[in-house]
Design a protein around this ligand. Structure first.
Ligand code: XCC
Ligand code: SF4
Length: 616
């Protein structure tokens, strides 16, 4: 059985909890994946269609049965349409998050969200200047307007190098507002509309750009304005951050609008007093998924784990409340919470769960709701059954907070030292490694295998999302991890006192990586596609990751995927994504489940880019 647990996760804390779950008969995602075997082959290949009620239709991948749906759609059409719908869903998730932040920003500016304030007025000024506006109210209105903009362009897309913008315009993929692009995805994939796979995919790229350089970037920028732009700081990661003698409140999901308020409420002296009266030593807050990343980056709140850790964290029996908002929250948490004293609390009107207590969160009453939630957790402390508590004593120190602004200031005020290090070859190139966990891959194995290989080969790694948490747990976010890097990268990291893997935030903060790439390309006078850089999502699973992959490639960055996307049922679409796209947007995808081989692909690409730039 030990072996089995090792094949599920390489995180020792998760392994311990997997064993505990097995012993007490608690079901996890890994068990459910097993029960799904064999998974639907048509679905895996992307060749089933339910877009109208003449169907469902499916194409025979062996060429012996049906080669067209009832309407005549081929595998190429069906695969491309399905891909477009995934991009639409992913872009919608990120951008709806961005919209919520923009809406909160508007309320703050209007004085209608008293629990919030503006923590980074300098960034606010920079944004007003970028928009050519002279008041926060006008900026708020202009940004709200971006989402539904009918004719484009959206302001932040103007951050790309001029070559890239020209290319997007030439291809007709310089996006309009993300809402319009998403609606058009749904329209085009309706029966009998767009049936040209190239045309479909081009619109997918356009939609994804309106996410990366639109909705997601708006989320990042305004979150920085409201909650502060991250600066380097230290914290801890993994389940050992859960404290046996305190009220443990775990925040999970994505939007800091809620979780920042909970941080504030949990440090309120009245609340701490209340916790003491209930027999606890204090209130302990920790995060999961991107909520964890957001709170770590700005507040140094420790991270309990990444996506596949969520059930195992609840299974420690030491969680008084798990508070969630949106995205990547398993509905399995409801039934699991009922096996313990844990209160599973949903907060978003958009996301309710069976077995959850709903405590709805609104900007104007945010502070009060947060206190109510914290109080609920505290009151639940007495219900904890100590005989059922098992907390793996495993945690790792980590350094985070690397916003672009923080990186520039660590470099002494400009990107020049980084450019020099790249030119001299001490830094061979940049690898952006991001994305989820997926039980189809041993948890964190894809992330860690790849990142270790990259830094060993002097590739500076930028990370966000669940990859960042995997790296944190594995000790790769400590300055001492420079020891594991090649000599060149090691020297640079040691001189600056930073780790070889820079944590840039949550998944919407991949926009920070885009901004950094654009700034580097602009400084070198080249396009993003000319940079010695590559991206990867070794364990991706969500539709958001599909949109991310699409906008990263559209921006000109070669990207390796560790789990196979459901496009293999169409040779034409697979070929377009893994090679043809290179001639269109100057970058393409590769699929490579082996993390070390995938890292080699990235390094090969970086080396060939270096040669093209005339660098040794
Ligand atoms: Fe979700 Fe953002 Fe994926 Fe992690 S990396 S599983 S999307 S939390 Ni975004
Ligand atoms: Fe079948 Fe075409 Fe309808 Fe899809 S749109 S379900 S392929 S008939």
């Amino acid at each position: 059985m030990t072996n089995d647990v090792r094949s599920k996760s390489m995180d020792p804390a998760c392994q311990e909890m997997l064993r505990a779950c097995e012993k007490s008969g608690l079901e996890t995602a890994w068990d459910r994946l097993e029960k799904q075997q064999p998974q639907c082959g048509f679905g895996e290949l992307g060749i089933c269609c339910r877009n109208c009620n003449m169907g469902p239709c499916r194409i025979d991948p062996f060429g012996e049965g049906a080669s067209r749906g009832v309407c005549g759609a081929t595998a190429d059409i069906i695969v491309a349409r399905n891909l477009l719908r995934s991009i639409a869903a992913g872009a919608a998730a990120h951008s709806d998050h961005g919209r919520d932040v923009a809406h909160a920003f508007q309320l703050i500016v209007e004085g209608k969200a008293p629990s919030y304030c503006i923590k980074d007025p300098e960034k606010l000024d920079r944004l007003m200047k970028e928009y050519g506006l002279d008041s926060p109210a006008l900026l708020a209105a202009a940004i709200m307007n971006e989402f539904g903009k009918q004719d484009g362009p959206i302001q932040f897309t103007r951050r790309v190098p001029p070559q890239r913008l020209e290319l997007w315009k030439k291809l007709g993929i310089d996006p309009r507002g993300v809402d319009r692009e998403i609606v058009e995805c749904m329209h085009r994939t309706h029966i009998g509309v767009d049936n040209d796979y190239v045309n479909l995919i081009l619109h997918g790229l356009r939609t994804s750009i309106s996410d990366g350089w639109g909705g997601s970037m708006i989320a990042t920028e305004l979150q920085d304005v409201i909650f502060g732009t991250p600066k380097p700081l230290f914290s801890e990661a993994n389940m050992g951050v859960i404290k046996p003698d305190q009220v443990n409140l775990i925040v999970h999901g994505h939007e800091p609008l809620l979780s920042e308020m909970i941080v504030a409420a949990a440090s309120d002296p009245d609340m701490i007093e209340l916790a003491r009266n209930e027999g606890a030593k204090g209130i302990n807050l920790a995060g999961i998924c991107c909520t964890a990343n957001e709170l770590l980056m700005r507040q140094g709140v420790p991270m309990a784990g990444n996506f596949l850790s969520q059930e195992l964290i609840m299974a420690t029996g030491a969680v008084e409340a798990m508070v969630v908002d949106v995205q990547c929250i398993m509905p399995a948490l409801g039934p699991l919470a009922s096996c313990f004293h844990t209160k599973f609390i949903s907060t978003s009107p958009k996301a309710k769960f069976p077995g959850a207590t709903h405590m709805e969160f609104h900007e104007d009453t945010a502070g009060e709701t947060a206190k109510e939630i914290v109080r609920t957790a505290i009151k639940n402390f007495r219900n904890r059954d100590p005989s059922r508590v098992q907390i793996p004593d495993i945690k790792t120190r980590c350094m985070a907070g690397f916003s672009v602004e923080a990186i520039v200031s660590a470099l002494g005020g400009s990107l020049d030292p980084l450019i020099e290090a790249i030119k001299s070859g001490s830094i061979r190139g940049i690898g952006a490694v991001v994305g989820c966990n997926n039980p189809k891959i041993t948890q964190d194995f894809g992330h860690i295998g790849m990142v270790r290989e990259l830094i060993k080969n002097n590739v500076l790694v930028l990370t966000t999302g669940c990859n960042a948490q995997a790296c944190a747990k594995a000790g790769l976010l400590q300055p001492e991890a420079a020891e594991k890097a090649g000599d060149g990268l090691k020297g640079v990291c040691q001189a600056l006192g930073v780790p070889p893997v820079l944590h840039m935030g949550s998944c919407v903060d991949i926009s920070r990586i885009l901004v950094a790439a654009a700034a580097l390309a602009n400084a070198l006078g080249v396009d993003i596609s000319d940079l010695p850089a590559a991206g990867a999502a070794p364990e991706w699973m969500s539709e958001k990751a599909v949109s991310i992959g699409a906008y990263v490639v559209s921006s000109g960055v070669f990207t390796v995927l560790g789990t196979v996307p459901p496009v293999m049922g169409s040779k034409a679409v697979a070929e377009l994504l893994t090679s043809g796209a290179k001639d269109v947007v100057g970058a393409c995808f590769a699929v490579e489940p082996d993390p070390v081989k995938a890292a080699s692909l990235m390094i090969e690409h970086i080396d060939s880019q270096r040669r093209k730039l005339g660098l040794a």
